[in-house]
Design a binder for this molecule. Structure first.
Ligand code: SAM
Ligand code: SF4
Length: 366
C-alpha cells in the first residue's frame, strides 16, 4: 500500500541523507507497519548468520546446531533490499545480530548499506566482541551507531564454562575499544543466571561507575537448544535483580532507556546506566516495536511465536516491493497480544512453515 495511494515524497529523508529531491521523490513510501493492537513497528532486528565462534551454554550445544549455510541464508543485497522497503514503511532502527554477525565477511558492506538507506536513523549490532577489534575502525567509519557487546563474566574459568571457549580478555578489550573509538552507544549484555554468574552482579553494576556504558542484565530465556533451561534452577527474574539493585544502592534513580529497557537505573554520580530486561517474564510486550528476521529469511512477528513467513521464497521468486510490504503486513496482522499468547497459539496450531520450533537463540537472532 502506498501512502495516499500515490508516490509520495519524503522530504525529511532527503534532508537527512542529503539526497537529491529527484532520488527521493521517485521512491514509493508506504504506510507504517502496525498490528491489530495499534502498535507500530519501526525497529528491525536481523540475524545475518546462524554461525558463531562461541558456544554459550544458554544458547547452543557444544557441537553447535544445524547451521544454515551458503544459499540457505539471505545475501547482503537481499538484506539491504528488505531494509530499504522497511525504511519506506517507517522503520528507523536496524540491528544486526545472529549468530555472531562479525563472522560474516560482508558485515561492513551491510552496515554501510543500512546506514545509507534513506529513512534509517540508526544502525546497531549485537556481538560477542571476540573479533570486534578487526572490524572496529571500519564499522565506526561506516557509521554504526550502537554496539551491544555480550559479556557474562570477567572470570576466565567461568567465561570458559559459559562459552566453552577462552576470550573474556578479548571481549573486555573490545568494550574499551568501542568506547575509545567513540561509538555513540555502547552497551554490555549480561545474561544473569543463578549458579553461573549471579555472584558477579555488582562487579558489573560497578562498571557503570567510571564508564559511560549501559550494563543490561537479561533474564535467561528457554532458547538454549534444550540444554540447561528445563531444570529452572538457573533462572533469575527481573524482579529479583531489581530487588538486589535497590538493596545495594538505596539511592538509585530511575533513568530513561529504549522501549524495552523500561527498568533503567543510574546510581547517582555514576557515568553509565543499568538496565534490567524482563525477556522471559515479558512485562514489556505492550511496548513492542520489533520486527525480527532470521538469517534464512523468515519474518517472525514475536520471539515467542513459531509462525514464520518466508521472505526468502518471495525474494527469490522475483517479488515486487509491494509484495514484500504485503508479507510484512500479513505477518504483523497475525501478531499476538503478547509473548505468552504467542507461545500458547504456537503450541495450539500447526506452524505455517516447515521450520517449526527453533530451539536456539542463534537460529532466531537474539
Ligand atoms: N553472538 C552475538 C552475541 O552473543 O552478542 C549476537 C547473537 S546472541 C543470540 C544475542 C544476545 O542473546 C546475546 O546478548 C546473548 O547473550 C543473548 N542470549 C542468547 N541466548 C539466550 C538465552 N537463552 N536467554 C537470554 N539471552 C540469550
Ligand atoms: Fe554465539 Fe551469541 Fe549464541 Fe553465545 S549467545 S553462542 S556468542 S550466538
Amino acid at each position: 500500500m502506498l501512502i495516499n495511494g500515490n508516490f509520495s515524497k519524503d522530504a525529511t529523508v532527503g534532508e537527512d541523507r542529503g539526497l537529491s529531491s529527484i532520488a527521493t521523490s521517485t521512491r514509493p513510501q508506504y504506510a507504517p507497519l502496525q498490528d491489530t493492537f495499534g502498535r507500530t513497528f519501526d525497529y528491525v532486528r536481523i540475524a545475518i548468520t546462524e554461525k558463531c565462534n562461541l558456544r554459550c551454554t544458554y544458547c547452543m550445544p557444544e557441537e553447535g546446531v544445524d547451521f544454515k549455510n551458503g544459499e540457505q541464508i539471505l545475501t547482503a543485497d537481499e538484506i539491504l533490499r528488505v531494509i530499504d522497503v522497511l525504511a519506506r514503511m517507517g522503520v528507523k532502527k536496524v540491528r544486526f545480530t545472529g549468530g555472531e554477525p562479525l563472522v560474516r565477511k560482508d558485515i561492513v558492506k551491510l552496515v554501510e548499506g543500512a546506514v545509507n538507506t534513506p529513512g534509517v536513523k540508526s544502525v546497531h549490532m549485537t556481538t560477542n566482541g571476540i573479533i570486534f577489534p578487526k572490524y572496529a575502525k571500519a564499522l565506526r567509519e561506516a557509521g554504526l551507531t550502537g554496539l551491544n557487546i555480550s559479556l557474562d563474566t570477567v572470570d576466565s574459568q567461568k567465561f570458559f564454562d559459559i562459552t566453552r571457549r577462552p576470550g573474556e580478555d578479548k571481549v573486555i578489550e573490545s568494550i574499551k575499544l568501542a568506547l575509545d573509538l567513540g561509538f555513540p552507544r555502547v552497551k554490555v549484555n549480561n545474561v544473569l543466571m543463578k549458579g553461573f554468574n549471579d555472584g558477579e552482579f555488582f562487579d558489573f553494576t560497578e562498571m557503570t561507575k567510571d564508564q559511560a556504558v549501559t550494563v543490561r542484565f537479561i533474564e535467561f530465556m528457554p532458547f538454549d537448544a534444550e540444554q540447561i533451561w528445563e531444570t529452572g534452577e538457573h533462572f533469575l527474574s527481573a524482579d529479583a535483580m531489581i530487588k538486589m539493585l535497590k538493596e545495594r544502592y538505596p539511592n538509585i534513580e530511575l533513568d530513561s532507556g529504549t522501549r524495552t529497557e523500561h527498568h533503567v537505573f543510574r546510581v547517582p554520580g555514576y557515568a553509565g546506566k543499568i538496565a534490567i530486561i524482563p525477556a522471559f517474564t515479558r512485562s514489556l510486550c505492550g511496548n513492542c516495536s520489533r520486527i525480527r528476521m532470521t538469517a534464512d529469511g523468515r519474518i517472525r512477528n514475536c520471539l515467542y511465536s513459531d509462525s514464520e513467513y518466508s521472505l526468502m521464497d518471495i525474494l527469490r521468486a522475483g517479488a515486487s516491493d509491494e509484495e514484500i510490504v504485503d508479507l510484512f503486513r500479513k505477518a504483523f496482522k497475525e501478531k499476538a497480544k503478547d509473548g505468552f499468547e504467542a507461545k500458547k497459539l504456537s503450541a495450539m496450531r500447526e506452524s505455517t512453515i516447515e521450520f517449526k520450533g527453533r530451539t536456539s537463540m542463534t537460529q532466531i537472532g537474539g
